[in-house]
Design a protein around this ligand. Sequence first.
Ligand code: M6R
Length: 366
Amino acid sequence: EKGGYDHFMLKEIYEQPSVIKDTYRGRLHANEGLIKMAGIEDNLQKFLNADRILIIACGTSWHAGLVAEYIFEEFARIPVEVEYASEFRYRNPIIRPTDVVIAISQSGETADTLAAIKLAKEQGAFVFGVCNVVGSSISRETHAGAYTHAGPEIGVASTKAFTTQITVLTLIALRLAQAKGTMNNSDFHRYLQELELIPEKVAEALETNLVAQTIAAVYKDAPNALYLGRGYNFPVALEGALKLKEISYIHAEGYPAAEMKHGPIALIDEHMPVFIIAPQQEHYDKIVSNIQEIKSRSGKIIAVVTKGDTQVKALADHVIEIPATSDALSPLLTTIPLQLLSYHIAVMRECNVDQPRNLAKSVTVE
Ligand code: M6R
């Protein structure tokens, strides 16, 4: 049932090239320059008339929402707010009939997300679901939606659900950008083609497994870890930290790299591993200077870089190379080595990878 893998988590990590393809199959038509998603086409006017999009979710799904915020605002120029479902539902939020709410949930059963959806509906918002489990409570409670087609995710630590959520949300953002005219035609076509190449690039990113294992052996006993990223990869830093803490019980925190100097840099010494997501992208020079700041305080630097990188490589203690892609799609690749690192660290610490202590696969209680 684990398909020859030691754990469901590893199997699910390795399924990502094929499930990302399943997620865009029938939706992404790169050659024709089309994106077809029934749930979007049927409700296109609602999305186009939306004053803003509210994204509600918990945990890893909330991180996918944060990536989507950057993508929607960049591509479709629609203001986006991302909120924890638990905060949203209890704080008397302002919800208008012109709001589109996107609820993201792998299981489709998360109690807080479900309650937040009911609240948004009561206040007249249009609610769109992004779920993995077909027929789940959230998929039934929402007005429309799009499934992620990741197949069953058994490991409590979410992996393939995250990358397929980002895939669906990217497709939606691209379709809206096309309909709104906020992206020019050649960029639109370029993104479609780039997206189609993602599964094979994810497969290439999975080839970092041995490097990840070697690095895991060096840092497996660290009591703390920091994860840093900028822009589209800031949420990936949060997700990397969550993955490490939930399965290896190492205290980890994710930050936007530039926030370091506002406090967390005080934590840096020679015992602190700092995982930095530093692909060649906009503001690369900024992340290089962030790395220099950490290095001058003796922090240990493990950097996820684009293949062929030289600048970060010269500074870092370890690098993990991933293929190049456009900035907005890079989270789909940078996430992969961080999943593998957490996995190997947890295995080396003899933790129960698939069923970490105190956690349940779906959180159906408040
Ligand atoms: O099923 P959902 O996507 O609604 O679940 C949300 C969170 O409970 C979930 O992502 C959780 O944080 C995972 N254990 C993360 O790996």
